[in-house]
Structures are given as structure tokens and as C-alpha cells.
Design a protein around this ligand. Sequence first.
Ligand code: GLU
Length: 429
Amino acid sequence: MATDRSFNPLEMAQRQFDTVADDLQLDDGARQLLRTPMREYHFNIPVRMDDGRVEVLRGFRVQHNDARGPCKGGVRFHPQETADTVRALAMWMTWKCAVADIPLGGGKGGVICDPHNLSSREQEQVCRGWVRQVARDVGPNRDVPAPDVMTNGQHMLWMLDEYETIHGERLPGMITGKPVGMGGSQGRTQATGYGVVYTLREALKELGIRPQDTTASVQGFGNVAQYAIELYRQIGGTTLCVSCWDQRDQTSYAFRKADGIDLEELRSITDRFGGIEREKARDLGYEVLDGDQWLDQDVDILIPSALENQINASNVERISPKVKIIAEGANGPTTPDADTVLKERGVFMIPDFLANAGGVTCSYFEQVQSNMNYFWDAGEVLGKLDQQMTAAYLAVSELAQHGGLYMRDAAYVLAIKRVVTACRDRGWI
Ligand code: GLU
């Protein structure tokens, strides 16, 4: 799960965009506008550490495009964060909101830090410091942050509190992923993982496969992975293998059980950094393997739900011929080279910005509820989420079938067309 520093996600995002731009015969103006972010902020965040020292962290917010609505996207805390990663992720958010057909644009933020090495007070300082730098540039009608890799509801609440203190009023629609009871939405925690499975369920239906007859291997054991495993179990599927990043060893391990892993059991032996404890897992009858072996499993479905660049030219050939579907829970887990191989092999791809759009779709519902100050119950939120995700899946799959397109290409065509139309209608291009 470590990030490869030679891999540049922005080049990957631009390569994907250029291919579709060629197919759509987009003119130069549209290409120039959309292949780079419209606006970005880079800044220092001075943080007073618990021992009295000041540490200066580097922070970012990138606003890729807001033609369809205010920018939207998470803030990541990651020691290997780079400006280009944030740019790529912001661009993917534009396509994600467009494919999910919600009235929002694309943005992303980040801070180069490892929250595992920061106390709770220090993390609060990072959140407040980040907001102080962008307080005039984000907001309910401008750009709406949310949780992402290694950030959570508590971080969002600190950010909101700082923002509201600066602006002198309550503005709960400024951020999403807030804790329930503090402006958060029921279902937001489950939304991304559940959304992956709503699209997977539709794909299985389309391919005429019963979920009960399928097995899966999942990369990651964070929020997305855990809720994907939960709902996949509920629809009848069996997860045979899951991989997990171990913070102490700075390496990942895979955990396999022949008759299926037990989510609750594994959750109960997870340490405070989110890593599964290996000895305890062995005692419970799990085989502990090298982390990247999640990819080699003889399963029907792969669900990469960790970071970008995980299925690449160097490991794609290891994927079993049994694998029929890949549902990308993470953003950018498959590089274009690997994607070409999978396309040729006829693997059914549910691309990231479709598969994992459940998070931002629920964020949109959260914003609506925050602005109305009226909150829906979990059943209503998840029902609406299922409806929106299913509609998005069907729109992409219909285009794929009619145009004879690979699912990723169809999703790109749909999203880019929608964004280009909004830019044209506004008279920008
Ligand atoms: N970070 C999530 C994503 O990559 C959610 C973003 C949001 O809710 O705004 O889609």
C-alpha cells in the first residue's frame, strides 16, 4: 500500500482525460480548461506541537472545476502527499460529481503529515491551521471539504468550528462528513463502501451472476473497505481475503480464510492505528500473507479500496483468470497500462469515480440536510443513495453497451460531456 514516488497521478488523470477528449473531438479551449485545475492554494501551516516546538506543515486545496456547482472533495492527511496527487484527485472529483449527477464540481485538499504521529491536540491544530489558510476560498457556495484518507468526522468538526469562528456565524453546509448530531448525515460513514456494492450488485445483475455464487478479495481495511465487505456479505457474497496496512511495520499484510473472513472478528482485533493484529488473527484461524497477495487470489471480484497506483504494469499479470469484475473503491487504484491489459482480458471494470461516488453523493445529501436544518433517518438516506448510485451505474452501462465501450471509457465520456456542457452553457468555452 506504500505509494510509489515515481508514479505521477496527475499524468495518469491527464492521460485518461486526453484519450476521451480525442474521442469526443473536444476543442482546444475545452481541453485547456479541463486538463488542469482552475485554481489552487499552497500554504504553510505552523503547528505548535505538544512539546512547545513549532512544526511547519505543507497544505493544499485544489479547485479543479465548478461549472456544475461549488467544488467538492475531501482533505487527505498523508506523509507522501504531493501537489500533483491533490490535483489529480481534484480532477477525479469533477468527473465523480458529474457521473453521479449531483450539482457539484471537483476539489481536493491535503496536508503532508502522518496523523498517527500526532496527538489529538496537534491534529486539531492542523485542522484549524488548514482552515485559517483557506477560510476565504471555501464555503457552502464555493468549495465544500469532506473526509478522505486519514481524516474523519472529528477533523471535520474542528475545521467547521474554526471556519464559523472566523466568519462569525453558523455555516454547517461549509463541510460534510460531520459527526451525526453535529450536522452530519446518517449513513455518511457507510456511504462510500455501500455505494461500491450498489454498483457491484448492478454489475452482477447485468452479467447474470448471483452474488451468492461469488467470492471477493479486498485491498484495505479502512472505512471504504469495511462497509463494502459488510454490504457485500448482506447481498450474499463471501470475502475470502483482505489486506491491511500495518502502521508499526510500515508494510501491509493480507488475511485469508478459506470459508470467508469475518468482518466483526477482524474489527475486534484491530489496533488503534487501524491495523489487524497478526498473532490474534492466526489464533482465529487466518492465514497471514504478504500484503500484495490480495491481488493473487482465485476470486471472482477484486475490490481495491486503499490508495492510488496499486494495480500497475508490474503486477497486473498476477491477477487470476477467474477474476471477472474489479470494483474500484479507492481513487486511481489502476494505472492506465494495467487498465489496458484488463480491458483486453475482458475484465468488467467498475471505475473509481463511479464505484466510489457514494461518499460524495451522501455528502451532497448532508449538505441539503444541513442547509434545511432537517435531518433524514438512515433508511431514507441509504434508500436515496441506492437510487442515485443505481441510476448512475445504469447510465454508464447503457452508454457502454450502446457504444461498445469499456466501462471506464463510458463513465469518462458521460462525465466529461456533462462538464463541457455546463462550461459551454455558462459561456466559458
Ligand atoms: N473523499 C471522498 C471521495 O473521494 C468524498 C468526498 C466528499 O464527500 O466530498 O469521493
